[in-house]
Design a protein around this ligand. Sequence first.
Ligand code: GCB
Length: 613
Amino acid sequence: LVGSEMCIRDRRNDMLYPILTKTRSIYDLNGLWNFKLGSHDPKKLLSSSEVMMVPTSFNDVVVDEEKRNYIGDFWYERFIELPPIGENQEAVLRFGSVTHHAKIYVNGEFLGEHSGGFTPFEVIIPEKLLSEDRIKVSICANNELNYKTLPVGNYSEEVREDGSVKKKVQENFDFFNYAGIHRPIKLIVRPKIHISDLVITSQLSDDLKSAIVNVDVTSSQEVDDINITIFDEEHKEVAILENGSTTLHNVRLWEVLDAYLYTVHVELIKDEEVVDTYDEPFGVRSIRVADGQFLINEKPFYFKGFGKHEDTFINGRGLNEAANLLDLNLLKEIGANSFRTSHYPYSEEMMRLADRLGVVVIDEVPAVGLFQNFNASLDLSPKDNGTWNVMKTKEAHEQVIAELVKRDKNHPSVVMWVVANEPASHEEGAHEYFEPLVKLYKDLDPEKRPVTLVNIMMANPKNDKAMDLVDVICLNRYYGWYVEHGNLVKAEEELGKELEEWQALYPDKPIVMTEYGADTLPGLHSMWHTPYTEEFQIDFYDMSHKVFDSIPNLVGEQVWNFADFETNLMILRVQGNHKGLFSRNRQPKSVVRHFKKRWESIPNYGYKSKKIV
Ligand code: GCB
């Protein structure tokens, strides 16, 4: 696209993944930073008496328990010596994520802030500082959650005897409120005139043999020309785009667990020179929901996989790339093909890995806890029913949907967006709250992927007020665990009945079971149906699968959870949530070999084929 067709955007919204190209340099700012929990004046020096690593959650490395549970502001600071920066270049500090809020200062000067703990942002270092010998970067992070934030937390303050105030957050969700600089910090040196966004879409022909590929480039400033080329995996040039468009013949599809990634190479031309270049991998595949089926490349797909967490020993929620690879290798080993980014956007590194390995992703915003008085002690008695009056999350919700789509729109692995996990969608006001948000996803996503809401068990086919808005019925159900605990006969009856009701209510919408599971302590055994034993976990899943196989529109099963994970302290949590098929250190429980048998016998496509319209 050239000239007037090209759009120029607000540069602070740049969200392209930082990569090295001929025109861009990347410097790693991970590692050791001075650190302090509490207040600090960024005009002064932060002492080096305490330090913190980036990236990681601070919680599991500070040792001291008060500090582990600290809520409030906390600071990171270090000096950096800047590399030479030309007059046509700019220097940018780029944060993969800071959980949950960040204010950025350079040499004591406030440069910008970002709310939301799971999406990237950047600040441009002011030009006047580029000639300094070294600059001081200070980051004020904050981990408070309340009824305006996502996720939702119950915020309170306790006045201590000495008059000081202790801030508290009771999670309104079932995972530990890890905080810190969770993803890499990078210094990007790039041209002032640069590619700030790329939208890659493809349209497959009916015979799936060719695809029209469109690439929309956004530039920070007007340029004379934009060259766009597509390379295949061997780096052979397969197309040069004209007006941002081309047709790929004999196109190799991105298939589930058989990924093929092309690369779009973009060059901005100004005064006959290449001023910026950028490479973005992409895959060609189609997604469609029709007649109660979820079609990938026009074939009825069956989701086999997991709800997960970004959660490992020591790192907490901090990026752990080796763990990510191990997890996806285990996922493939057990015969699965997909996961959901429960309950927040995962790292960009994980999304790129899923693209590469052909793993299908259901992509979720951190909209969890939208249920007044929810807590995982799972008192199922009626609550105040006031969720949609007390929650003031609309703004945060819109922001995070916009950021997620902007960040993840080009990932072939992403096949569906989640608007929220387990909101009170049975309460008055739910429909009004979600309608504009579902529309926002549809408006922003260039591919118009299906949108879902992950439904909680209290919102049943009779009282739910939101599932009519979404394309796929995603359900989290715990029959045999939170209801009919230990009674698998009753559980089977009730699960089957509810699924049939959903199917009858929305006969054209596919159903995916996005959570079902039972806490299990490896090594615990019983001859009977005794919850928490390895035998019970196996029997629980056998029961569930028998029911799933009897429901034609149920096109997927994602167990809760891939691995055990850390939570806050609750009566039902024995050092965390133990519904993993794997323990927290990724050792298999007995049930894993049963899953491997089942999932290896279920094909990715066509498991429940029926006539497709
Ligand atoms: C749910 C939540 C998930 C919990 C899970 C459980 O429904 O979506 O965050 O961890 O139940 O184990 O209770």
